[in-house]
Write a protein that binds this ligand. Structure first.
Ligand SMILES: NC(=O)C1=CN([C@@H]2O[C@H](COP(=O)(O)OP(=O)(O)OC[C@H]3O[C@@H](n4cnc5c(N)ncnc54)[C@H](O)[C@@H]3O)[C@@H](O)[C@H]2O)C=CC1
Ligand SMILES: C[C@H](CCCC(C)(C)O)[C@H]1CC[C@H]2[C@@H]3[C@H](O)CC4=CC(=O)CC[C@]4(C)[C@H]3CC[C@]12C
Length: 369
């Protein structure tokens, strides 16, 4: 009996395990995965919080490494049963070059897949993104869509291009023979905009509001709806998908799943106010204060300034033509595919998610940079 319990212990690897989502996945695995024997946390930048996890019953191994280095990835993957690949360069502001985004998101993912094949790891869960689908460059709304909704996905920006390519690699790798002769089983999870503890853009909006005397100014019409999802629920979906991949390989292998929960559909700004309001900020204007053409002009100006200043300084404001287009296009998801395929139900209610996020914003906003 003791032997069979021992035999069931699994080794998990989480790439990007020190990022916003990755940290939640790591903590969720430790709390909710009973078969976990060892947890490897792979990241370019390791967080000091990992140390406190090393005192628990599960062996936690911190690995500083780069997904673009195939040998580092292979060494980390060797002997793991399951890989959750969340590492990625999330940049829609022009901080990194298109080449770097491609290298990390596409080549990094290729390295993870090849490492699984070479070392005999059979189960791979990939963190994709809603951006693989849209919003497209034409600004078509995606309203209450699901995984089968027809939508013209047209990408030009390096980030969605890279996520789409990487997702395709992961799905095409499903069924490949890994070392030892068994097939690789893969699936991809597509979060919409994630919020929750650790969400840096939310913290930045809060600090900006404080600097402006407690005011934020509406830029986008309230009628433009965004689907958002709480980070704890995204992490939970990763843990469940990873757990069920073996048992439900035929059903789940090669599949994509939007990440969803009970968060309300609202405009990006109104949704943020669910947290920033209770922290004392106010959103001014029932309608956008600036005409849309002026925002388009300012976004284009920012893009021009970024290009002109690049040799001297990095100028990467939140507003650019891409972020404006995303913020100004409805993208909401309504699906139950993850529930049907692997029994996913959100672990955190909307009220819980909201309270946790408010507490974090209050603490993060007032702490030093
Ligand atoms: N934040 C969001 O709203 C959404 C994020 N996603 C996806 O979720 C994943 C995680 O995103 P976040 O947690 O928001 O980003 P994040 O930037 O907080 O986390 C990414 C982590 O990956 C690590 N990383 C980056 N480059 C690396 C490299 N070359 N080698 C090893 N580690 C590297 C970073 O150090 C960081 O810890 C990404 O794949 C992203 O595309 C998908 C949908 C929405
Ligand atoms: C930064 C944008 C909001 C500012 C708009 C302004 C300047 C007019 O006030 C954000 C609006 C929508 C966000 C994106 C969306 O949530 C989907 C995403 C998915 C990802 O995989 C990565 C992040 C992001 C692209 C997210 C980025 C910030 C926004 C563009």
């Amino acid at each position: 009996m003791a032997d069979s319990a021992q035999a069931q212990k699994l080794v998990y690897l989480v790439t990007g395990g020190c990022g916003f989502l990755g940290e939640h996945v790591v903590r969720m695995l430790l709390q909710r995965e009973p078969r976990l024997g060892e947890l490897r946390v792979f990241d370019r930048h390791l967080g000091p919080w990992l140390e406190e996890l090393k005192t628990g019953p599960v062996r936690v191994t911190a690995i500083q490494g780069d997904v673009t280095e195939a040998h580092e990835v292979a060494a980390a993957v060797a002997g793991a049963h399951v890989v959750i690949h969340t590492a990625g360069l999330v940049d829609v502001f022009g901080r990194a070059s298109p080449e770097t985004i491609h290298e990390v998101n596409v080549q990094g993912t290729r390295n993870v897949i090849e490492a699984c094949v070479q070392t005999g790891t059979r189960f791979l869960v990939y963190t994709s993104s809603m951006e693989v689908v849209g919003p497209n460059t034409k600004g078509h709304p995606f309203y209450r869509g699901n995984e089968d909704t027809l939508y013209e996905a047209v990408h030009r920006h390096p980030y969605p291009c890279s996520k789409a390519l990487a997702e395709r690699l992961v799905l095409e790798a499903n069924g490949r023979e890994v070392h030892g002769g068994l097939p690789l089983v893969t699936c991809a999870l597509r979060p919409t905009g994630i919020y929750g503890e650790g969400h840096q853009i939310m913290r930045d909006f809060y600090r900006q509001g404080l600097r402006l005397g407690g005011w934020l100014f509406r830029a986008i019409p309230a009628s433009v709806e965004h689907g958002r999802v709480y980070v704890g629920n995204v992490a939970w979906m990763h843990v469940l998908a990873a757990r069920e991949l073996e048992r439900r390989a035929a059903l789940m292998g090669g599949q994509v799943y939007f990440c969803y929960d009970g968060s309300p559909y609202k405009s990006y700004e109104d949704f943020n106010m669910e947290f920033l309001g209770p922290c004392g900020l106010q959103l001014v204007g029932a309608r956008p204060l600036l005409p849309y053409w002026l925002l388009v002009f300012l976004a284009a100006l920012n893009a021009l300034l970024q290009w002109l200043l690049r040799p001297l300084v990095l100028y990467a404001p939140l507003l650019n033509p891409y972020t404006l287009a995303v913020a100004n296009t409805t993208f909401t998801v309504s699906t139950n595919k993850a529930q049907r395929h692997f029994g996913y139900e959100p672990l955190f209610s909307w009220e819980d998610s909201r309270t946790r996020t408010i507490l974090w914003v209050q603490a993060a906003g007032s702490s030093a940079q």
